[in-house]
Design a protein around this ligand. Structure first.
Ligand code: HEC
Length: 172
C-alpha cells in the first residue's frame, strides 16, 4: 500500500498547487480588468491628474508673459505723452539722455532712451512697467543708491506723463 500512499500524496500536492495557481490567476485577472480597483493606486492617479491640471493652468502665464506684459506697459493711467514731452524738455532730461522727439536731448551721461518701451528693466533694478517707472522717475537714488541720475523733485502726476511719453519710444 506504500505505493498508493505515495501516489495519493503526489496527487494532493499537485491539486494543492493547481488550487494556488487558480487563485493567483483569478487575482491577476481581477487586477488587469480593474487596475484602479486598488484604492492607493487610484488615489495616486487622481492626485497626479490634479497636479498635472494645476501645472497646465499655471504654466501658460509663467512661460509666456511677454506679449501681455509689453501691451500693459504701454498704458500709463492718467499719463499724457504730450505733457510728458514738455516736462522732459522743462526738466532738462536731455542734458544726460538722448531722447528721440525731444529737441536738444542728446546727452551722453545716461543711457539713450530710444526703444525704451521694449526694455526689460529700468536702470537694471526695477521691472519696466508703469508703476516702477513712475517710482524711478520720482526718486532714482531711492531705488539705486549709487546712480548718477538725480532726484529732481518730479511729482507723481508729472512722472506719469513722462512715463507715458517714454513708452512711445520704439526702435533701436
Ligand atoms: C544728471 C544726469 C541725468 C539727468 C538730468 C536725468 N537722468 Fe535719467 N539717468 C541718468 C543715468 C546716469 C541713468 C542710468 C542710471 C543707472 O543705471 O543707475 C539714468 C537712467 C534713466 C532711465 C532708465 C534708463 C534705462 O536704460 O534703464 C530713465 C527712464 C531715465 N533715466 C529717464 C530720465 C528722465 C525722464 C529724466 C528727466 C526727468 C532724466 N532721466 C534725467 C542720468 C540722468
Amino acid at each position: 500500500m506504500e505505493g498508493a500512499q505515495k501516489a495519493g500524496r503526489i496527487l494532493a500536492t499537485v491539486l494543492g498547487g493547481l488550487a494556488i495557481l487558480a487563485v493567483c490567476g483569478v487575482v491577476a485577472a481581477w487586477a488587469v480588468a480593474r487596475p484602479d480597483a486598488d484604492p492607493v493606486t487610484a488615489a495616486f492617479e487622481r492626485a497626479a491628474a490634479r497636479v498635472s491640471a494645476l501645472v497646465d493652468s499655471v504654466l501658460p502665464e509663467r512661460v509666456a508673459p511677454a506679449p501681455d506684459w509689453t501691451e500693459q506697459a504701454m498704458v500709463v493711467a492718467d499719463g499724457d505723452p504730450r505733457k510728458g514731452a514738455a516736462l522732459i524738455d522743462r526738466y532738462g532730461c536731455g542734458a544726460c539722455h538722448t531722447i528721440p522727439g525731444i529737441t536738444r536731448a542728446q546727452g551722453r551721461v545716461g543711457p539713450g532712451l530710444t526703444g525704451f518701451r521694449d526694455q526689460a528693466y529700468v536702470a537694471g533694478v526695477l521691472p519696466n512697467r508703469p508703476g516702477p517707472l513712475v517710482d524711478w522717475l520720482q526718486s532714482p537714488p531711492r531705488h539705486s543708491p549709487q546712480t548718477a541720475m538725480p532726484d529732481m523733485g518730479i511729482s507723481e502726476a508729472q512722472a506719469e506723463h513722462i512715463a507715458a511719453y517714454l513708452y512711445t519710444l520704439e526702435g533701436r
